[in-house]
Design a protein around this ligand. Structure first.
Ligand code: ZN
Length: 263
């Protein structure tokens, strides 16, 4: 069920029936020379919608605000100030809960959001919220093995065989296979002299064209199988979240103990 497609009355019924909201997150950023700016947004939303068809949940509309400062040097990137970004996501989560959805699963489609979302999840212990927040994780070991068996290239990362295949399966009309670079994009190692370390410029140092991997062997058929693995994983997670009583109970216990310190 897509939030923006429901009438207000149907929305209220859907809230009562499922109680779970999926918030698919992407960004607007360069994806090499052959994929659209909205690749992450389009793919995460599509995967969320497919999963919600099997295990009912309300899917928040396509979302494109996230951490993507490392692409500010490319046309079409949209970034907003760090503190505003965090406040914005928190405000939207609050608004989802105000509408009666007290379990929220973030379905992230953009690797650059990982630190932000991990911190956001930790922030849920700063102040008690009327919702439980879950970040959808990766694939199970079995599905990871299946994923590896589908793909041919060894190195993946961005606009690669995987992401290009998934995009071919989801929005084929937006993929320009004739523009795929003729050479794979391996890390340039321009910060290899200061390892192990992480810096804001690390991604750019390795992948200055926002391409990591080899998309030449991408196909829609591979993409359909990869999407299926992600959807199957998410369907299981939605069901588990619906049944989950422990997270809200543990949060209540935590905040009761925290409040007792002040008495
Ligand atoms: Zn992407």
């Amino acid at each position: 069920m897509q939030w923006e497609q429901l009438t207000a009355d149907d929305f209220a019924r859907a809230v009562a029936e499922s109680g779970v909201c999926l918030l698919p997150m992407g960004v607007l950023e360069r994806h090499s020379t052959h994929l659209p700016l909205g690749t992450d947004m389009l793919n995460s939303h599509r995967i969320a919608c497919l999963a919600a068809e099997r295990e009912p949940a309300i899917v928040f509309p396509q979302w494109y605000f996230g951490q993507i400062y490392e692409a500010r040097c490319f046309p079409g990137t949209v970034t907003i100030a760090p503190t505003l970004l965090l406040s914005l996501v928190e405000a939207v989560l609050d608004e989802i809960a105000r509408n009666g959805l007290h379990k929220i699963i973030i379905v992230n489609g953009h690797g650059g959001n990982n630190n932000l979302l991990g911190f956001l999840a930790q922030c849920s212990l700063w102040q008690q919220k009327p919702y439980a927040l879950y970040l959808a994780g990766g694939l199970s070991p079995e599905r990871q093995a299946a994923w590896k068996a589908i793909t041919e290239s060894e190195f993946h990362g961005h606009a690669c065989e995987c992401e290009t295949s998934v995009t071919l399966a989801n929005v084929p009309e937006l993929v320009h296979m004739e523009r795929v670079p003729q050479e794979p994009a391996l890390p340039l190692g321009r910060m290899a002299h200061v390892q192990p370390s992480f810096a804001g410029i690390s991604w750019y140092a390795n992948h200055p064209e926002h391409y990591a991997g080899d998309a030449r062997t991408a196909s829609a058929e591979k993409g359909r199988r990869l999407v299926q693995l992600r959807v199957d994983q998410l369907v299981e997670l939605i069901a588990a979240v619906k049944a989950d009583q422990a997270t809200p109970a543990l949060e209540s216990e935590f905040f009761q103990r925290e409040a007792s310190l002040r008495q």
